[in-house]
Design a binder for this molecule. Structure first.
Ligand code: GDP
Length: 329
């Protein structure tokens, strides 16, 4: 979508967005994804103006290897929620999309029923290069969706290292999807993922897979036992389900609600959101300062020179960092 040359009228856009106009939402997200500095300034104003209308959605992160059934699950869970009166937004964090020229996540063709629904909004990952950039834009897109009345936001990512942390840092509940039958090697029971997951769900528990799915679930359960849960108020459950038949989808949603109730009762829900906000601020600040050092004519040349001195082994990285930090003063 192209934007007019002049930054849009923020007040009018905010009003249309609050009224739930999809075209306004799409335009607003395009604005926050724009690299133009006047667009970025306008989008900061827009998000700030909409802030009181944000924060009310259930924010769920969903991860899993390609083929595990993420899009089938989102389609099934999304339709389940829409039938119960919810409005569902689907976003994605895919740091590789900039390189590959297209996102495989939150692709409308992969979520046939959901993409045809007026109560769903699906937006692929912004192609913004760095993970930090992609994550920042997705977080803002999430706020815009909330202001537009979407009360469930599903954020999809692939099981690649840092993108999972980024999605976990912007959601209330982090769901890790697994395949049946790979229990012997416990795929995904990398320490990192288990520390992030609020639930492990073994998909494809149907037909011939049923037994293997139950076995995988039992293996994950025993693996989780020996690890410390992230919160003393929530022990991540391990469930089996089938995105294809829809069996178990209701149970997954119930667990997400149970988690919310438990975290609210313990005061951990507000705490998680507060911590996320502050973390977000620091990560944006980090990005801005680094971008400034690398792009501003007054520092760019010196930074490059120091960089090559480090590469050549002429100065230590720590001395170089000191010299670059001096430039920020
Ligand atoms: P993604 O790459 O993680 O988004 O995975 P997809 O949702 O595209 O699913 C990958 C393949 O697994 C597709 O052929 C799906 O039809 C199939 N699949 C997804 N969910 C299920 C399920 O619950 N049961 C079975 N048997 N197949 C499934």
């Amino acid at each position: 979508m192209t934007l007019p040359n002049a930054p849009p009228d923020i007040k009018a856009l905010a009003k249309e967005l609050r009224a739930g106009h999809r075209a306004a939402l799409a335009r607003a997200i395009t604005l926050i994804e724009s690299r133009r500095s006047d667009h970025q300034a306008a989008s900061r104003d827009l998000v700030q103006a909409l802030l009181p209308d944000t924060g009310k959605a259930v924010r769920v992160g969903i991860t899993g290897s390609p083929g595990v059934g993420k899009s089938t699950t989102i389609d099934a869970l999304g339709m389940f929620l829409i039938e119960r009166g919810h409005k569902v937004a689907v976003l994605a964090v895919d740091p590789s999309s900039a390189r590959t020229g297209g996102s495989i996540l939150a692709d409308k063709t992969r979520m046939a029923r959901l993409s045809a629904s007026d109560h769903a909004y699906i937006r692929p990952s912004p192609a913004s290069g760095t993970l930090g950039g992609v994550a920042a834009k997705t977080r803002e897109a999430m706020l815009l969706c909330e202001a537009a009345g979407f009360d469930v936001v599903l954020v999809e990512t692939v099981g690649i290292g840092q993108s999972e942390t980024a999605v976990c840092d912007m959601t209330d509940f982090f769901l890790a999807l697994m395949l049946p039958g790979a229990g012997d090697e416990l795929q995904g029971i990398k320490k990192g993922l288990v520390e992030l997951a609020d639930m492990i769900a073994v998909n494809k528990a149907d037909g011939d897979n049923l037994k293997r799915a139950n076995q995988a679930a039992a293996d994950y359960r025993s693996a989780l036992h020996i690890l410390n849960p992230r919160s003393e108020h929530w022990h991540p459950p391990v469930e089996t389900y089938s995105a294809l038949t829809g069996n178990g989808i209701a149970k997954l949603w119930q667990k997400i609600l149970d988690h919310r109730t438990a975290m609210n009762a313990a005061g951990d829900f507000a705490k998680r959101r507060r911590e996320q906000q502050v973390k977000w601020m620091w990560s944006m600040l980090e990005q801005r300062m680094l971008a400034r050092l690398r792009t501003e004519p007054s520092t760019r040349g010196r930074v490059r020179k120091i960089e090559s001195e480090v590469a050549d082994g002429r100065i230590t990285p720590s001395l170089a960092a000191e010299q670059i930090a001096e430039m920020l003063k």
